[in-house]
Design a protein around this ligand. Structure first.
Ligand code: NAP
Length: 245
């Protein structure tokens, strides 16, 4: 047991989630980390004196067991997710779309539904959802991901109204380009394609996004940061970036 408030971070085995676990631990939270790669999760948990629990957000039983194992929750960071593929709608892969909707949308639904009673019981709950600039506008070849991120954003933004009057804050984080394993996952391990995404510019780091999440989480209880968009200086939108060389 701990007297630190508990923050649950999904997708904490790499990228933004792992950096967020570190930032929240630094801000005084006891962090419960969830993801599928338990070895990596345990390494981060050890570093932050947190708790690692296996979680597959696309599996109903796994999500339920995870929720059950979390005794209390003051902050939920819905971060698990990502993209698969980058094709025109005409060539889109149905399995990729199914994965994106399962991981980003249904996963967020499962964790949010499961942890809402504990967030409410904390008397000062907070849900932070990492959507994307892909939740703000379409871009060519990205309909599966932009569609899933828009749906995830609607789930999150709808709660702002549905939970009004209850002690639960809601913050949506919309990052642009962040250099993590995101592109490697999107392009099924193709390192050259992944590196090309960040070619000729300085992308955000996972730590840049984690800083913003920790900032939102540490405002006084009456202050709700509704939506925060952050991009590299060299990026103006999902389809416009300035590259050197
Ligand atoms: P990442 O390094 O690939 O991290 C994704 C995390 O999600 C991993 O920890 C992964 O862990 C976890 N995850 C994936 N499927 C899961 C599942 N079924 N159950 C539980 N955990 C799962 O990429 P990232 O950039 O940090 O992505 C984090 C979030 O930021 C995602 O929602 C992504 O859409 C969003 N985002 C990223 C960018 C970007 O440019 N990188 C921009 C905007 C928004 P396991 O594989 O161990 O399960």
């Amino acid at each position: 047991m701990t007297d630190r408030p508990t923050a649950v971070v999904t997708g904490a085995s790499s990228g933004i989630g792992a950096a967020t676990a570190r930032a929240l631990a630094g801000a005084g939270f006891h962090v419960v980390l969830g993801a599928r790669r338990v070895d990596r999760l345990e390494a981060v948990a050890k570093e932050v004196d947190g708790t690692a629990l296996r979680l597959d957000v696309t599996d109903k039983a796994s999500a339920a067991a995870f929720v059950e194992a979390v005794p209390e929750c003051r902050l939920l960071v819905n971060n698990a997710g990502g993209a698969k593929g980058l094709e025109p709608v005409e060539e889109a892969d149905e399995d990729d779309w199914r994965w994106m909707f399962e991981a980003n949308v249904i996963g967020t639904l499962r964790l949010t539904q499961g942890l809402l009673p504990k967030l409410r019981a904390s008397g000062d709950g907070h849900i932070i959802t990492v959507t994307s600039i892909a939740a703000l506008a379409p871009y060519d070849n990205g309909a599966g991901y932009t569609g899933a991120k828009h749906a995830q954003a609607m789930l999150h933004r709808t709660l702002r109204g549905e939970l009004l009057g209850q002690p639960i804050r809601l913050t949506e984080i919309c990052p642009g380009m962040v250099e993590t394993e995101f592109s490697l996952v999107r392009f099924e391990g193709d390192r050259e394609k992944a590196d090309n995404v960040y070619r000729g510019l300085t992308p955000l780091s996972a730590e840049d996004v984690a800083d913003v999440i920790a900032f939102a989480a540490t405002r006084p209880s009456h202050v709700n940061l509704d939506q925060i968009t952050l991009m590299p200086r060299a990026q103006a939108s999902a389809s416009r970036a300035h590259r050197e060389g």
